[in-house]
Design a binder for this molecule. Sequence first.
Ligand code: GN1
Ligand code: MG
Length: 389
Amino acid sequence: MSETEISLEAAARAAGSFAEPGSIAGLAPYGDGHINASFRLRLRPGAVRAAPVARPSLPGSSGEGPGADLLLQRINERVFRDPEALMGNLLRVTSHLRAKLEAAGLPEVDRRTLTVVPALDGRPLARDAEGGSWRALLFIGGARSAGPARDPGSVRTLGAALGRFQALLADLPPPRLAPTIPRFHDARSRLADFERAADRDLAGRAASVGREIDFFLRRRDGLGLIAEALESGAVRERITHNDAKGDNLLVDEATGEALCLVDLDTVMPGLAHYDFGDMVRTATSPTVEDELDLAKVEMQMPLFEGLARGYLEGAGSFLTSAEKSYLAFAGKLITFTIGIRFLTDFLRGDKYFRVHRPNHNLDRCRTQFKLVQSIHRQEEAMQALVNQI
Ligand code: GN1
Ligand code: MG
């Protein structure tokens, strides 16, 4: 069953694992992610008192004031094969962030990091009758998604938030986090999947996209550049977000201040470049990911400059000069990698990314394809700019 088909009734049953009967004031689908199914669960004041284990102190849990809202999510297990490991990562990462933000004396820490709210039985996950895994997070109020950034100032804010996030997690104590999706941003492995999908041609679509297939195959050389730097020890593994984009940054509704990075399911060991590259992909062209007018898709240098300045500011001193030397290339690499993921999914018959129209994955792929060309043309100037900061 696709995650789009997770019904409100199923969510209402799952809600009963996180809140006492009678305490639920409302439930509605939430957000537009491609992967998990999300619902906003509104609770009456005092609703979340009854847990047998320690829960975070929730606004309204004293029985006064507004009830706390939860973000109730069914984890897509076709994508995240080990939800227990995923929640283990999430608990470690969010506790570490919370401790650091508290130590820095920041106000309203509940709005600056995600908070896992365990089920009433104290476990981080609840299983439904079909075996589906559900979890709840504290809903962050008074905030909105930063969305696709359109001006150098907001791109800079995004870059700084991401750089700070990586820096705060740079000293997470061992053990290593579990890779929630193995080889997630590994370009060589994504290319191998793509070639298999083109060969098998399960949806009978390969003949119609010969041009796009060629585009990617012609550019396959050099894809392993940063991975090789990792293998040789020139750059090191970090803890990275892996879905770094404005949609995943919450900013304060009133002030626009960056609050919290969300969508932490892919936080795992990675390269700093994965996040920087994904921000280049999503924030340096003033277009959406599935833009149909390809003439508008261009990497714009003022947006890149805002991003690079923000990111390096936020990252502070943890990034090495070897890591910095691949930042412009990273934009091209991640755009390429996600482009082939869209085309692979198109070739397989749209099994992974949620689509809203025929050829949606193909449109998304073509947008990435155009952006790869645009970044390629400007790559030297982009890196020169990074080197000057
Ligand atoms: C998926 O669903 P969303 O938007 O959070 C995908 C990302 C892609 C993105 C493209 C786990 O993220 O890698 O960049 O779609 N996440 C996963 O829109 O595959
Ligand atoms: Mg995501």
